[in-house]
Design a protein around this ligand. Structure first.
Ligand code: GUN
Length: 279
């Protein structure tokens, strides 16, 4: 079994981006990422802090908007509109989830697709679907980088994605399809889930259930990518995959923490650099 080291790969990507940013600066191109957080969910605060730290590391600016829980949808839409029109702002990110009185879809659609570095806008999702250029959702884009940089062959392989969210499962399936995998998408209503997973050459778990995927779901020699992040009853971090149970059956696997997690921010930075280059 070989561990896929997301911490190392994400660091390599950030260092590559740092060089690209330095080159862009020499030619007079720069910009800032605007990060908006509504309310003060502690997990969101950590993500936002790490995103700003990554901006600083690669050498792009960041401006943050820490808005009260009571911010109205109209106020948030106004801020997004202002940011859409600011040339020095190259990317706009609204940390999700937003409070219940705000319509998430409406907020995502209000962000200019050219500044949608999260890749959540329908225009960017549509572009991915039909094979046009656009921003790709960061977590699934990070999974592709993990596979490619670990020399996992994707073309022709059977890839099973468990989960169908707009942020991970669906774009993940589209990306694997773009890489010429044969893709099966499973979800909570899937029948014979174990059998289907057991036929996967590449199994990508984005279920949201701690340690649900054990060795009964994994083919001998498969590559397993674990997108889940949870804390178990002992406050220990774990993923959707029961790592200890499957590790002796796989050829390659991502750990939690240190697998997919660090890739999300690296790919966000990649999208920010592309946003600067696109202008
Ligand atoms: N909440 C959980 N993941 C994400 C993400 O990738 N982007 C944003 N904006 N919010 C999130």
């Amino acid at each position: 079994m070989e561990l896929i080291d997301g911490k190392l790969i994400s660091q390599t990507i950030k260092d590559e981006l740092k060089e690209r940013v330095a080159e862009l600066k020499k030619r007079g191109h720069s910009g800032s990422l605007a990060v908006i957080q509504v309310g003060n969910d502690p997990a969101s605060s950590i993500y936002v802090k790490n995103k700003k730290k990554a901006c600083e590391y690669i050498g792009i600016g960041s401006v943050s908007y820490e808005l009260s829980e009571n911010t109205s949808e109209a106020e948030l839409l106004n801020i997004i509109d202002e940011l859409n029109n600011k040339p020095e702002v190259i990317g706009i990110l609204v940390q999700l989830p937003v409070p219940k009185h705000i319509n998430e879809d409406k907020i995502i659609r209000a962000i200019s697709p050219a500044k949608d570095v999260d890749g959540f806008h329908v225009e960017n999702v549509g572009a991915l679907c039909v094979g046009e250029r656009g921003f790709v959702s960061c977590t699934p884009a990070g999974v592709i980088q993990l596979l490619k940089r670990s020399n996992v062959e994707i073309a022709g392989k059977h890839c099973v994605v468990i989960g169908r969210s707009n942020i991970v499962g669906k774009p993940m399936a589209l990306l694997m399809l773009r890489e010429n995998a044969t893709v099966t998408v499973c979800h909570s209503k899937t029948q014979n889930l174990k059998e289907i997973c057991k036929s996967a050459d590449i199994l990508i778990a984005a279920v949201g259930k701690p340690r649900m995927i054990n060795s009964e779901y994994v083919k001998e020699g498969a590559v397993v990518i674990d997108v889940g992040i949870h804390r178990d009853e002992n406050n220990k971090m774990c993923g959707d995959v029961d790592f200890d149970d499957v590790k002796d059956h796989v050829s390659k696997i991502t750990p939690v923490p240190g697998g997919v997690g660090p890739m999300t921010i690296a790919m966000l930075m990649n999208n920010c650099v592309e946003a600067i280059e696109n202008r």
